[in-house]
Design a protein around this ligand. Structure first.
Ligand code: DGJ
Length: 750
C-alpha cells in the first residue's frame, strides 16, 4: 500500500489566493479560489475546509461529496467526471490515492498524523496519485503563475498490461453560487469573438470545439460572474482551455447548487488508447479570478508578458501584401509596394500566399513548398534583397498543415492526406489536411520549411491554417488523428523556433480561428480576423483582448473600401482603430494618393513614438451606456500616462454623447488631457469648449466649413483634472460623424 500524501497548501499573489486540500491521500481539492486571504495557519485552512462542507440533503449519498480538481464519480459526484475511460468496460470509475506532492520540483516532507501546511507565492504543485486496482497513475499539476492566473493539467498513465481507452479528462474549478451569469464567445469567419451572455442554470453549459482547430466560434474564455458584471465591476471566475485542437469549455451547476467551470481536450472515439506505461497529458486549463472583465483580462496579459520569449513592445510596423495583390504576385509591383512602404516607415514586409508550387489560385500547390519558378524565375531573392535593402524585415506565408489534391506532394503521397478509411473528407477551400502525425510527412514539411529559411533571410512566418479538420484520420485504417496532428503542429513550430532564434511566427487560421494560449505559448502574434473593416475591428479587437494583449493582436490599416464588408471608411478611423494592436498595413499602397500616404506616414510615426505605451500598458475598456459610442484605452502600468480612443459606431437617440469617463488612472494625481491630432480630423468634428479649438466657420451661405483641427499640433492645452475626476465625472465628448474616432492623451503633471 502506497504512502498517503497529507498536506494543505495556500498560494497567493497579485490579489488572489488559491488554497489546496491534499490531505489524507485525497486528490487535490480547491478549498478557496478568489480574494487574497493573507497568510493562513493550519487551523485557518482546516476551518475553511470544515466550513465548506454542505449539510447534504434527502436522497443523496450519506457522505459529503468532496469535489477534487479531477472530480471522482466514486465520491458520489454525479456531475461531469474528471476522468472518463475504461479497459473494455473495466476500471471506468477510478479511486485515486495521492502518494507524493512536489513543490517546484522538490518533494514535500509530510506525516500521516497531521497535515503539513505551507504558504507560498507563485509556485508549481505536482501531485502523484495512483489507483492500483484500476492500474492507473495520475499526476496533477496546479500552478499559481505570474499575473495571479492559476492553471492546472493532468497526466494519466496506464500502468496495467491491457490497453486503457481514454474518453475524456477535464479539470474542474469550483465557483460559488453567487456567480450565475455566463459570458463566452461565438463567432465565424470575418466576425470573431462575439460576446454572448446567458444565465447559468442547472445542467451543463458545454462549448465543444470539434473543428480540429481552435475555431472562429470558440468559447475562447468562459466567464461566470455575479449578474451584470461589466468591464470594471462584478466578481468573475473565468476559464480557458489552452489547446489548438478539439476542446471543451464548460460550466456546470448541479441540482445541489454546486458549481464548477472547466475544460479539456475533446477526444474523438478511440483517439487515445494508452498501452502499457503510455501517458496522456491534458492541455493547461487556465483560471482567472478578478472583479471586472478588465482585471480578468489583465491577469492573462501579465502572465503572457512575464514570459522570457514575449515579444518586445517595439512591434515593427508590418505590411502584408494579401489584400494588396492576392495571388497576383509580380516582382515589379511588389518591389514598388516595398518602396512605398519603406518611405512611410514600414519595418516588416510579409509576402503572403501564392509564392510556391502551382499556387496561382487556391485550388493548387499547397504542400509543394518550393518557390514557383514560373512567378519567381530568380527565386525570391530579388524581392527579399529589395525589402531587406530598404531596411525592412522580410516575412513569408506558409500553410504547413494543408495540401491541395492538385499538388506534387498529394500525387506522390496520397496516404499523407488525413482521411477515414476509404474516402476523402469533403473539401474546404479546395484543400485537405496533410498528416503531420506520419513521421515521413512531418519530416518532409519540416525540411521544406528549413530549406526556405536557410536560403532566404526570413525574420517572420505567417503560419496559416484554412480549414476545419473533418474526418481527420490516419491512413490506412483512418483512426482519428486530430490529437496527434495538434501535437505535431506544436512540435513543428517548436522545432523551427529552436533552430531559428529570433524568428517570429504569426498564428493565422482563416483569420482568427487559432487564438488560444496553446498556440500563443510558441508564437508571437495572432491574426485577429480577415475582416479589417475598422467598425468590425472596434468590436473584435476589444473582445479578443479579453485573452490576448494588444502587442499580439495583428491589427492592420486596409484600403478605403473594406474587402470583406464593402463599407467605406476614412483613413482616420481605420488608423485610430488599428494603432491599438500590432500595427500593419494591408493595402495596395501603389494605388494610394499622396494625401493618403502623407496621413499614413503621420499615423505610423504616431504609433512608433507611442508603441511602448500602446503595446505595454494596461487595457481599459469603458462601460459606456450608449451603444453608439465605444471607449477604450491603454494606461501605463505606473499610471503616469494613457491614450484613450472614443469611437463613434452609430447614431444615438440623443444628439450628444455627453461626458466621457476615463478610468484606470491614479485618482490622486493631476493629469492634463488633450486630443491627439494625427492626420486629418474625423468628419463632422464639433469639439467641446474645453479643447479651446475652432474647427469650423460659417460660409456666407450659412453652411459650416471645416477648418481642420483648429489646434496646435500637440493638441493644445486641454485641461488639467485629477484622475478621480476623469474616472467619475469625466469630460464632455466631442461630436463627430459615425464611423469615426478620436484619440486623447492623458499625462500626469508630476
Ligand atoms: C487566410 C488568411 O487569413 C489571409 O490573411 C491570407 O493569408 C489567406 N489565408 C491566404 O490564403
Amino acid at each position: 500500500m502506497a504512502a498517503r500524501a497529507n498536506c494543505l497548501i495556500a498560494l497567493r499573489s497579485e490579489g488572489v489566493s488559491l488554497v489546496l486540500d491534499i490531505s489524507q491521500g485525497q486528490l487535490p481539492a480547491i478549498v478557496h479560489w478568489g480574494a487574497d486571504l493573507g497568510t493562513l495557519e493550519l487551523a485557518d485552512v482546516e476551518t475553511l475546509i470544515l466550513s465548506n462542507i454542505d449539510p447534504g440533503g434527502p436522497n443523496v449519498v450519506d457522505e459529503p461529496v468532496r469535489l477534487a480538481v479531477l472530480p471522482e464519480h466514486w465520491t458520489g459526484w454525479v456531475g461531469r467526471p474528471g476522468l472518463s475511460g475504461s479497459r473494455a468496460g473495466r476500471a471506468w470509475s477510478p479511486k485515486f490515492t495521492t502518494t507524493e506532492v512536489r513543490v517546484d520540483g522538490k518533494p514535500m516532507i509530510m506525516s500521516e498524523a497531521k497535515p503539513t501546511m505551507i504558504n507560498l507565492g507563485l509556485a508549481s504543485v505536482e501531485v502523484d496519485a495512483i489507483d492500483e486496482v484500476a492500474e492507473l497513475q495520475l499526476q496533477i499539476t496546479i500552478e499559481l503563475t505570474a499575473g495571479g492566473l492559476i492553471r492546472a493539467r493532468a497526466d494519466v498513465i496506464n500502468i496495467g498490461q491491457d490497453p486503457y481507452t481514454l474518453n475524456d479528462c477535464v479539470i474542474a474549478l469550483p465557483i460559488p453560487q453567487s456567480a450565475c451569469q455566463i459570458l463566452d464567445f461565438a463567432g465565424h469567419w470575418g466576425k470573431e469573438r462575439v460576446p454572448q451572455r446567458r444565465p447559468l442554470t442547472v445542467g451543463v453549459h458545454l462549448r465543444e470545439g470539434r473543428k480540429g482547430r481552435t475555431g472562429a466560434d470558440a468559447a475562447t474564455l468562459l466567464h461566470v460572474g455575479v449578474p451584470g458584471f461589466s468591464f470594471s465591476e462584478g466578481e468573475i471566475w473565468a476559464v480557458h482551455t489552452a489547446w489548438s485542437g478539439n476542446h471543451t469549455h464548460y460550466a456546470e451547476r448541479l441540482f445541489t447548487g454546486t458549481q464548477v467551470i472547466g475544460g479539456g481536450e475533446l477526444l474523438l472515439p478511440g483517439e487515445v488508447i494508452l498501452q502499457h506505461n503510455q501517458a496522456y497529458t491534458t492541455p493547461w486549463i487556465y483560471g482567472s479570478h478578478a472583479h471586472g472583465l478588465d482585471a480578468v483580462a489583465r491577469r492573462f496579459h501579465r502572465f503572457l508578458r512575464a514570459r522570457e520569449s514575449h515579444p518586445s513592445t517595439t512591434r515593427p510596423v508590418t505590411l502584408n501584401v494579401w489584400e494588396a495583390v492576392y495571388f497576383n504576385q509580380d516582382l515589379d509591383h511588389l518591389a514598388e509596394l516595398a518602396e512605398r512602404a519603406a518611405t512611410i516607415g514600414v519595418e516588416r514586409y510579409v509576402l503572403d500566399d501564392g509564392w510556391f508550387g502551382a499556387r496561382r489560385h487556391d485550388r493548387a500547390g499547397l504542400g509543394d513548398w518550393t518557390v514557383s519558378t514560373e512567378v519567381w524565375p530568380h527565386g525570391l531573392h530579388p524581392l527579399v534583397d529589395k525589402v531587406t535593402g530598404l531596411g525592412m524585415e522580410f516575412g513569408l506565408w506558409f500553410e504547413p498543415e494543408m495540401i491541395n489534391l492538385d499538388s506534387t506532394a498529394a500525387r506522390q503521397h496520397p496516404d499523407w492526406i488525413m482521411a477515414t478509411g476509404d474516402r476523402l473528407p469533403v473539401e474546404s477551400r479546395h484543400q485537405q489536411v496533410i498528416n503531420l502525425g506520419i513521421p515521413e510527412c512531418y519530416a518532409y514539411v519540416r525540411d521544406a520549411i528549413f530549406d526556405i529559411l536557410a536560403e532566404y533571410k526570413i525574420s517572420y512566418i505567417k503560419w496559416d491554417h484554412n480549414r476545419d479538420l473533418i474526418d481527420a484520420g490516419t491512413a490506412p485504417a483512418g483512426r482519428p488523428g486530430v490529437h496527434e496532428q495538434t501535437l505535431a503542429f506544436y512540435r513543428l513550430v517548436d522545432e523551427i523556433k529552436a533552430a531559428h532564434p529570433g524568428l517570429e511566427i504569426e498564428s493565422c487560421s482563416s483569420g482568427g480561428a487559432r487564438v488560444d494560449l496553446g498556440v500563443l505559448e510558441r508564437t508571437d502574434r495572432i491574426w485577429v480576423s480577415d475582416c479589417i473593416d475598422p467598425l468590425e475591428r472596434q468590436y473584435m479587437n476589444r473582445w479578443t483582448s479579453q485573452l490576448v494583449p494588444p502587442e499580439l493582436l495583428g491589427s492592420h490599416i486596409a484600403s478605403t473600401r473594406s474587402h470583406t464588408t464593402g463599407r467605406v471608411h476614412d483613413l482616420s478611423f481605420r488608423a485610430a482603430t488599428a494603432v491599438f494592436g500590432h500595427l500593419g498595413i494591408e493595402w495596395d499602397l501603389t494605388a494610394a494618393t499622396a494625401q493618403e500616404l502623407a496621413d499614413l506616414r503621420e499615423w505610423i510615426s504616431f504609433y512608433k513614438s507611442n508603441r511602448r505605451l500602446l503595446m505595454g500598458g494596461d487595457v481599459v475598456r469603458v462601460d459606456f451606456p450608449d451603444p453608439a459610442v465605444l471607449v477604450h484605452g491603454i494606461v501605463a502600468t505606473d499610471r503616469s500616462e494613457a491614450i484613450y480612443a472614443v469611437a463613434s459606431v452609430g447614431i444615438s437617440e440623443v444628439m450628444l454623447p455627453g461626458r466621457l469617463r476615463f478610468p484606470g488612472l491614479d485618482p490622486d494625481r493631476r493629469y492634463r488631457i488633450r486630443p491627439i491630432l494625427v492626420g486629418r480630423p474625423p468628419s463632422g468634428l464639433n469639439p467641446p469648449s474645453w479643447w479651446g479649438a475652432i474647427t469650423t466657420e460659417f460660409e456666407p451661405s450659412g453652411e459650416r466649413r471645416a477648418l481642420g483641427w483648429g489646434l496646435p499640433a500637440d493638441g493644445g492645452d486641454g485641461i488639467v483634472v485629477s484622475g478621480a475626476v476623469l474616472a467619475s465625472t469625466g469630460v464632455m465628448a466631442a461630436n463627430m460623424h459615425p464611423d469615426h474616432a478620436l484619440l486623447y492623451r492623458v499625462a500626469a503633471l508630476d
